[in-house]
Design a binder for this molecule. Structure first.
Ligand SMILES: Cc1cc2nc3c(=O)[nH]c(=O)nc-3n(C[C@H](O)[C@H](O)[C@H](O)COP(=O)(O)OP(=O)(O)OC[C@H]3O[C@@H](n4cnc5c(N)ncnc54)[C@H](O)[C@@H]3O)c2cc1C
Length: 309
């Protein structure tokens, strides 16, 4: 008979790994399945993870968290999980190569995919590593105090990010990727705040030395920025939750309450895939909450909790 794990966690980012640590320390048989695509792996050096005053790279953080969870017995397997279903009161997670795992609880910590910008010259991953292309003003706006900042994506998201970054620099320019989609009120607010708003879309993006050069449609000259923030939206990886009957919100996120439990008994979600602030410390907290909920749900199911409470 196939092994039934107490908990399968899909995702080995900060959310999944903190959940794995908690569940393993609750002495639950815990398996983490992941396809090696944690967004955290792209972080060159984060300065806002509590406990790391000197900063920490995403790779190092993930390696340390993996070791920490494994120390208490959590198992990790690399697999791309293609589908999830319920089968005889267990969750069945099935990989694209046909491998299948059963579990009493399932915790989705599957994160989001970013809509990335293409560079015409230079390498995207290298530009991220160099810190000249950034995707998260909350994470690293501080690192660009007083620099020339461009935000690409002239819509409500881009406007919000430009205003947020304006606190760090007097030189913030908002540029459309293809076309501008700003209401007159938003445009006025941006201009009042001192954000430069350009109409012409970006035609060419070239990574230079400690800078990015942008050529705009109809302009011969290039503009040089110290850092570019593409504000092109995110795609939550919520497909497995949909397989199990959950409905994401209009942005594709799972409900914030999914960290406490969902309409499907034994199913939890944590981290970026749920609505809220996409940050490492938040993902870790989500993982801790969802894991404790899953553990107590199992205790309840096994008649191990205080009756009448
Ligand atoms: C360039 C960059 C810089 C950032 N800087 C910071 C920063 O300084 N500070 C900060 O707090 N945040 C930062 N972030 C955001 C941070 O990385 C995320 O908030 C964090 O990684 C979310 O953790 P998570 O566990 O929810 O998701 P992720 O870390 O994205 O992990 C998702 C996991 O799910 C797995 N997965 C998904 N679907 C499947 C599937 N079907 N089958 C198998 N596995 C699956 C993936 O392989 C991965 O292991 C940054 C992000 C980027 C891209």
């Amino acid at each position: 008979m196939a092994e039934v794990w107490d908990a399968v966690i899909i995702g080995a980012g900060p959310a999944g790994l903190s959940a794995a640590l908690y569940l393993a320390r609750f002495q639950r048989s815990t398996l983490v399945l992941h396809d090696g695509a944690s967004r955290a792996a792209h972080i060159p050096l984060s300065h806002n993870v509590p406990g790391y005053p000197e900063g920490v790279s995403g790779e190092r953080l993930l390696a340390t968290m993996t070791r920490h969870a494994a120390t208490y017995g959590a198992a990790l397997v690399k697999a791309h999980v293609e589908s999830a279903s319920i089968c005889d009161r267990s969750f069945a997670s099935v990989a694209d190569d046909g491998r299948r795992w059963l579990s009493r609880t399932l915790l989705l910590a599957t994160g989001v995919e970013m809509n990335e910008i293409e560079l015409d010259a230079g390498d995207h991953d290298c530009a991220i590593a160099e810190g000249v292309v950034r995707y998260c003003p909350i994470c690293d706006g501080y690192e660009h105090i007083g620099e020339r900042i461009a935000v690409i994506g002239c819509d409500a998201q881009g406007a919000g990010e430009a205003l947020f970054l304006r606190q760090y620099s007097e030189s913030v320019t908002l540029i459309p990727r293809r076309y501008a989609d700003l209401s007159p009120d938003t445009l006025q607010q941006l201009l009042q705040a001192g954000v430069t708003v350009i109409d012409a879309p970006v035609e060419q993006l070239v990574q230079g030395r400690a800078c990015v050069r942008l050529r705009l449609k109809g302009c011969a000259e290039t503009l040089r920025f110290d850092v570019v923030y593409p504000a092109l939206g995110l795609r939550p990886r919520a497909k497995l939750a949909v397989d199990l009957g959950l409905s994401p919100d209009g942005d594709g996120n799972l409900a914030a309450e999914a960290i406490f439990g969902t309409a499907v008994p034994g199913l939890y979600a944590a981290g970026d895939v749920v609505a809220g602030l996409d940050q490492i410390s938040v993902a870790m907290g989500h993982g801790a909450i969802a894991a404790t909920r899953a553990h107590n749900w199992l205790r309840d199911r096994d008649g191990q909790t205080l009756k009448g409470h």
